[in-house]
Design a protein around this ligand. Structure first.
Ligand SMILES: [Zn+2]
Length: 237
């Protein structure tokens, strides 16, 4: 069987760890090849530190977290933190589409329309990734949106405004990989991670499931236990 490949396209260093680190650690452990694309360098995310220094610090934190999760490859696109919605959209879409076509992932994960926290960069990467995914037109690839849950609440500290309704939800059991998630979160020291104790102890406090909504293809299935689980055939409209 060929190795599964997963591409994760997010806005900031730490977006891969706090909401969905358990999923990435779980699939990496199962042998999936995970490519992480982070659109901004998080330059504005360290109070008191000038943007260039903050970007360097967060680049190091991101690479350490990616290693803790088992992510194979990290692409930092280098856009400005807090201003992704003013980056040239054609250029961002073109770069994302090129990465999708090069890596041909079986599944892509990005933020959903609520952006979990509603951060403008999260909303921008949601929109740009969805458009790039459609433009890439990869046969058989799926697009998933991060879905609000106890895990995102624990990791990101905000209650989501969005209700999850009538969509296909993948519920990923990350129970066995929560310690890796804690280690990855702790790599983002500049972001004051919410779980600061020993990873083995902190892991017990984390939610056992992370949730994703299937955005493409447009089919309805009962709850999925795996991002790569078989789907019903697409019925032409
Ligand atoms: Zn973020």
């Amino acid at each position: 069987m060929t190795r599964r490949s997963l591409m994760v396209i997010l806005a900031h260093p730490d977006d891969e760890s706090f909401p969905i680190g358990g999923t990435l650690a779980t699939y990496a452990d199962q042998g999936a090849v995970i490519t992480l694309v982070t659109a901004t360098s998080g330059q504005r995310g360290v109070p008191g530190l000038e943007p260039m220094r903050a970007a360097e610090l967060r680049d190091g934190e991101l690479r350490a977290a990616a290693a803790a999760l088992g992510v194979a490859e990290v692409h930092l696109l280098g856009y400005t933190d807090g201003a992704l919605d003013t980056a040239p959209p054609d250029e961002v879409r073109r770069r994302l589409r090129a990465l999708l076509i090069t890596h041909r992932p079986d599944a892509v994960i990005t933020f959903g329309p609520d952006g979990i926290s509603g951060h403008p960069d999260h909303l921008a990467i949601h929109r740009l990734t969805t458009e790039a995914f459609d433009a890439a037109a990869l046969p058989d690839a799926r697009l998933y949106y991060i879905t609000p849950s106890e895990a995102t609440h624990q990791g990101c500290g905000v209650a989501s405004s969005a209700d999850v309704v009538s969509s296909t939800i993948a519920a990923i059991d990350v129970g066995a990989h929560r310690e890796a998630k804690v280690r990855a979160m702790q790599c983002h020291a500049s972001q004051q991670p919410p779980f600061t104790g020993s990873p083995a102890e902190e892991a017990k406090k984390l939610a056992c499931h992370e949730y994703f909504t299937l955005a493409r293809p447009a089919v309805h299935a009962d709850a999925l236990a795996c991002l790569f689980a078989p789907l019903p055939a697409v019925v032409p409209a």
